[in-house]
Design a protein around this ligand. Structure first.
Ligand SMILES: C[S@@+](CC[C@H](N)C(=O)[O-])C[C@H]1O[C@@H](n2cnc3c(N)ncnc32)[C@H](O)[C@@H]1O
Length: 248
């Protein structure tokens, strides 16, 4: 083994010890959640764009996804929840850098101005958009058909964040994730916000959100495990317990 390989491994081993310790730091976690609640007053997650399109994510979560995509090299990323298109363009741009792969985006309501911008974007060649409810039988059948020749599949479920909807999505889409790849659940952090924070204008709240759906799903599946590392290393994240890795 060359010296540079040894040095790289040593560096990553040392980082891993710090990251695991961070993940166990309850005080840091509490401060991170407090920071997220405070920043949300200003709709912080809406602050960013990727290649010109608004993306509704924390930059940390984008870096975490990038690390997983580089490691797993999916040839297909399936995302529910397109909104302005920033997240499907982000995923497509990672695949563009790798030089292989395609993104399927599903949304119940693709606004014409967003569709036009996405279709005219340099990453459009790596994107297929499907309009319809993500748990609709015909929509899922189409996704499944498009996914049938893919060898490595990642799924990101970022549409309606109610427990039942995310659980229904997991019941359908998790089976498309290939062994070694991930199903990522944004917005599990709702469980850690104050009760009632969202319930006035949303169908989700503490006790009814992607985190509770993840718990129900994980209780019945032995083919997925939670990967704690992306959360431990980001801490400011929408995806607490939201990195589900397919292990068999
Ligand atoms: C949080 S936004 C997606 C954000 C996007 N992934 C990003 O990071 O920029 C949620 C999107 O889910 C869509 N949506 C809501 N309910 C849905 C459903 N049942 N099926 C598919 N999409 C849905 C909404 O139209 C909205 O565009």
């Amino acid at each position: 083994m060359s010296d540079s390989v040894n040095e790289n491994e040593k560096f990553l081993r040392e980082r891993s010890a710090d990251i695991q310790a961070m993940g166990r730091d309850e005080s840091l976690r509490a401060k991170s959640i407090e920071w997220m609640i405070t920043a949300d007053k200003y709709k912080y997650t809406y602050n960013f764009t990727w290649m010109g399109r608004p993306i509704i994510k924390f930059p940390n979560d984008m870096i975490a996804q990038q690390e997983i995509v580089w490691r797993t090299k999916p040839d297909l990323i399936i995302e529910t929840g397109i909104a302005h298109g920033g997240s499907i363009i982000f995923s497509a741009s990672l695949l563009e850098l790798i030089g292989n792969g395609h993104v399927i985006g599903v949304d119940i309501d693709i606004r014409q101005h967003n569709r036009t911008e996405i279709e005219n974007h340099p990453m459009a060649k790596r994107i297929t958009m499907i309009e319809g409810g993500s748990t609709d039988t015909a929509v899922f059948a189409r996704v499944k058909d498009l996914a049938k020749s893919a060898k490595s599949v990642m799924v990101i479920l970022d549409s309606n964040h109610s427990h039942q909807h995310v659980y229904d999505e997991l019941a359908l889409y998790a089976d498309l994730v290939t062994v070694g790849n991930y199903c990522i659940l944004p917005d599990t952090f709702i469980e850690f916000f104050p009760k009632g924070y969202y319930s006035a204008d949303r169908a989700w709240d503490v006790g009814n959100n992607p985190w509770t759906a993840m718990r129900q799903f994980m209780a019945s599946r032995s083919d997925f495990e939670l990967d704690p590392t992306p959360v431990a290393k980001t801490m400011i994240t929408e995806s607490f317990d939201g990195y589900l890795k397919r292990i068999r």
